[in-house]
Design a binder for this molecule. Structure first.
Ligand SMILES: Cc1ncc(COP(=O)(O)O)c(C=O)c1O
Length: 448
């Protein structure tokens, strides 16, 4: 039962919201938002006073939980001094944040272009890669999500790309897709998937500007690549004259126990895109960071891109304060330590529940894929169920966990387990207990 039903129907705010707001990624008849009135640590509080432990970090973005005062103070101060100037002016938060990003990103990544969403950060990366290489195609993978606008959704393999026909979403030409390193659910093993991409780049005949990947896939199943996958992919991309673009919109800012997942896999991408954790999502800010060499290309070549809110002082102040918070509270280390604990607990959960097919992930970027048949590895849900609007077994598992006081994000056939980086062991215990009970639903729904 939803919070609204428990309360005997929607309250005034929920009614107004439903009446005047168009909901995202949904048929509007299914848009039924519950009001959140407060937050505390890693918890959100609903209008009827339910406190839910957030083990999703919403869309894998509130990595600092909900009470990072330092960000509130920095935003407040910035609004009172320089609330906004256009991107042609220099401001202290933008300059210091750019320097900081250069410091924490791998390799020779140096200069940053700002926008306001992960979607835009990827669109910018495409333009930069094209201008730098003089080629036009983007090669990405089928199990991926890179954004909601024309080019970024065309680059996504996600079911949302094909949810509506060309009359609504005509795909941008020049977006080619290769296979993913998905040992559990694909007939290709991860090595073969790399060879396949190599072959594709050969056959595309030197027309690919950028190879775009999430180093650790997020909403398309939390897929963990083999340790040497990313450096090998980078080598392959370079052999064919393409740059490697790592979409770290979800994995950036400590989630995997390193500042960036690229570092974890010892890759030095040519371009990294980031958003979400950059400000702990307290302000909308995204970034596309490029190597010094790519930045130099634009010394005499027009960088034909800009936004009114690019490098917004208030958002940059939030970004700087967020990074200082990660540093001062040792949250990247905490993600590593709590990630190891969470991983062990999820492995134990998988032992207890036959419907858990596989646990995957690194640090606090974990996921469990469910199956209706252990031996055959049959998923409960098809990829198209993500946009079908029907209630799935995964939805039911998520709903039970929520009744048990813990909020998880479920995506297709995977429960995404991505709490804020601020959690302690007691939160893991609470979440795993909630899931332990909820997984009885999927166990019972398995094929005989
Ligand atoms: C890996 C990845 N890239 C890009 C995006 C798009 O970011 P945004 O929703 O901020 O546009 C997302 C969003 O979930 C994402 O997970």
């Amino acid at each position: 039962m939803s919070e609204q039903e428990t309360r005997g129907g929607p309250n005034e705010i929920e009614r107004l919201d439903r009446e005047y707001t168009l909901g995202t990624w949904t048929r509007q008849r299914d848009f039924d938002p519950t009001q959140i009135v407060d937050t505390e640590g890693p918890r959100i509080v609903t209008a009827d006073g339910d406190s839910l432990l957030d083990f999703s970090s919403q869309y894998v973005c509130t990595s600092l939980g909900y009470d990072a005062d330092r960000i509130a103070d920095a935003v407040d101060e910035q609004i009172r001094t320089v609330p906004y100037v256009n991107p042609g002016w220099a401001t202290e938060p933008r300059a210091r944040l750019s320097e900081k990003i250069a410091e924490i990103t791998p390799g020779s990544l140096k200069k940053t272009f700002y926008s306001t969403s992960g979607t835009e950060a990827n669109e910018v990366a495409f333009k930069i890669a094209r201008s730098y290489t003089g080629k036009h195609k983007i090669l990405s993978r089928y199990r991926s999500y890179h954004g909601a606008t024309a080019a970024s959704l065309s680059a996504s393999g996600d079911p949302r790309r094909v949810a509506q026909g060309p009359e609504i979403h005509p795909e941008v030409p020049g977006m080619v897709k290769g296979p993913d390193p998905y040992a559990y659910g694909s007939s290709l093993d991860p090595d073969q998937s790399l060879e396949y991409i190599d072959e594709m780049l050969k056959l595309e005949g030197g027309t690919v500007a950028g190879v775009l990947v999430e180093p650790l896939v997020g909403s398309n199943g939390v897929l963990t690549p083999p340790d040497d996958y990313l450096p090998r992919l980078q080598e392959i991309a370079h052999d064919h004259g393409a740059v490697l673009i790592c979409d770290e919109v979800m994995t950036g800012f400590g989630r995997t126990g390193e500042w960036f997942a690229s570092t974890l896999y010892e890759a030095e991408p040519d371009i990294i895109t980031m958003a979400k954790g950059l400000t702990g999502s307290y302000q909308p800010l995204a970034a596309t960071t490029v190597t010094e060499e790519i930045a130099d290309h634009f010394e005499d070549t027009l960088l034909n891109q800009g936004h009114t809110f690019a490098g917004h002082p208030t958002a940059c102040a939030a970004g700087l304060a967020a990074i200082e918070t990660y540093e001062e509270e040792n949250l990247v280390e905490n993600a590593r330590e709590m990630g190891a604990y969470l991983k062990a607990e999820l492995e134990a959960l998988a032992e207890r529940h036959p419907s858990v097919g596989e646990r995957r992930g690194v640090g606090l970027h974990q996921g469990i894929e469910l199956t209706r048949s252990e031996a055959e590895r049959v998923p409960f849900e098809k990829r198209s169920d993500k946009v079908s609007g029907r209630t799935t077994v995964l939805d039911e598992v998520g709903a039970r966990a929520k009744e048990n006081g813990v909020y998880f994000y479920t995506s297709v056939n995977t429960i995404v387990v991505t709490p804020p980086l601020t959690i302690a062991e007691e939160h893991v215990d609470e979440a795993v207990a909630a899931l332990d009970d909820a997984l009885e639903i999927s166990d019972a729904a398995m094929d005989d």
